[in-house]
Design a protein around this ligand. Structure first.
Ligand SMILES: [Zn+2]
Length: 310
């Protein structure tokens, strides 16, 4: 690899390491995720304490759910930290995939938590278990609603400001999580009204919410470990490269390593091109693809001589 120093062209280095400069947006997004995670962790821990005090399985499930969500944010942070270490001889692609690996651990913890919350709820329902200090329990569930609502608003505001689809989706998630807390509250309200089964039934409903988180985390991790990618990325890369003069045919592949989307293009080019011209074509391709695939974090270009007359 040779260095072309002093150039600001993001595609100047070859093989092309295209990195977007979105540091300010990133900083805001990271702050939103960190503040939200801290708020949710405090909410979840308070709920957990109250769950132990009251014996409410609805609250137990809701606390576990909130703490599961915090752990997924923690993994995103871990991945971000590790991915800044850069490549070494032993790990030439860097440690980007540590995030995916940690995701496997998180998925296992979430499913185990769901099993635990579900088991406790069913056991309480069958044993006609009682709930103590129902008023405090209701306050705990109200805290869960408030915590998730505040976090949802905050993520939505930041998400709209920096136009981050991920943060906006995350805000929606937190908004739905407030519903889970409302479920725990409804169960406790039923207990206050003399219906013992209210809390364990709410616990089972909340367990379904945890299963939903587990399902999302699991499919995401499996998709990444199996090198799954949005097919639109491939289409966009192939058409952007294929449209360049001199390119006869382009074949693209892409995969995520952690938070880096690596795009590889193999191009069959006019066999009359010199190596230098083929190299220049690669830079043009990098620019064209970066315009259509803004997530691209790394670009690899290889050329082959197209068959004569093809
Ligand atoms: Zn959630």
């Amino acid at each position: 690899m040779h260095k072309t120093s002093g150039q600001r062209d993001p595609a100047a280095a070859f093989p092309l390491a295209v990195r977007r400069d979105d540091s300010e947006d990133r900083r805001l997004a990271n702050r939103a995720i960190a503040v939200s995670a801290a708020g949710l962790a405090a909410t979840g821990l308070a709920e957990l304490l109250i769950a132990v005090l009251t014996g409410s399985v609805g609250l137990l499930g809701d606390a576990i759910h909130n703490l599961s969500d915090v752990s997924t944010s923690a993994v995103v942070f871990l991945g971000f930290r590790l991915s800044r270490r850069g490549p070494t001889e032993r790990y030439p692609y860097g440690l980007d995939r540590a995030e995916d690996l940690a995701g496997v651990g998180i998925a296992i913890v979430i499913w185990a938590s769901a099993a635990f919350a579900g088991f406790e709820s069913v056991r309480k329902l069958l044993n006609h278990g009682s709930t103590a200090h129902v008023g405090i329990g209701i306050a705990g569930a109200a805290l869960g609603i408030a915590g998730n609502q505040v976090v949802a608003r905050y993520k939505l505001t930041t998400g709209r400001r920096i136009r981050s689809a991920t943060l906006i989706a995350d805000a929606r998630h937190s908004w739905l999580d407030a519903l889970s807390s409302a479920g725990a509250l409804a169960g406790l309200a039923a207990v206050a009204a003399g219906q013992r089964w209210g809390d364990p039934v709410a616990g089972i409903a909340v367990t379904l919410f945890i299963c939903h988180v587990g399902y999302e985390v699991t499919t995401d991790v499996i998709g990444r470990l199996a090198d799954g990618v949005d097919p639109d990325v491939i289409t966009a890369a192939e058409s952007a490269a294929g449209d360049l003069p001199g390119v006869i045919h382009a074949h693209a592949r892409a995969r995520w390593t952690g938070r880096i989307l690596r795009v590889e293009v193999e191009a069959w080019v006019d066999p009359g091109l010199t190596a230098r011209e083929a190299d220049a074509l690669g830079r043009q391709a990098a620019g064209a693809i970066a315009g259509r695939v803004p997530d691209m974090g790394s670009f690899t270009w290889s050329t082959r001589a197209a068959p004569e007359g093809g």
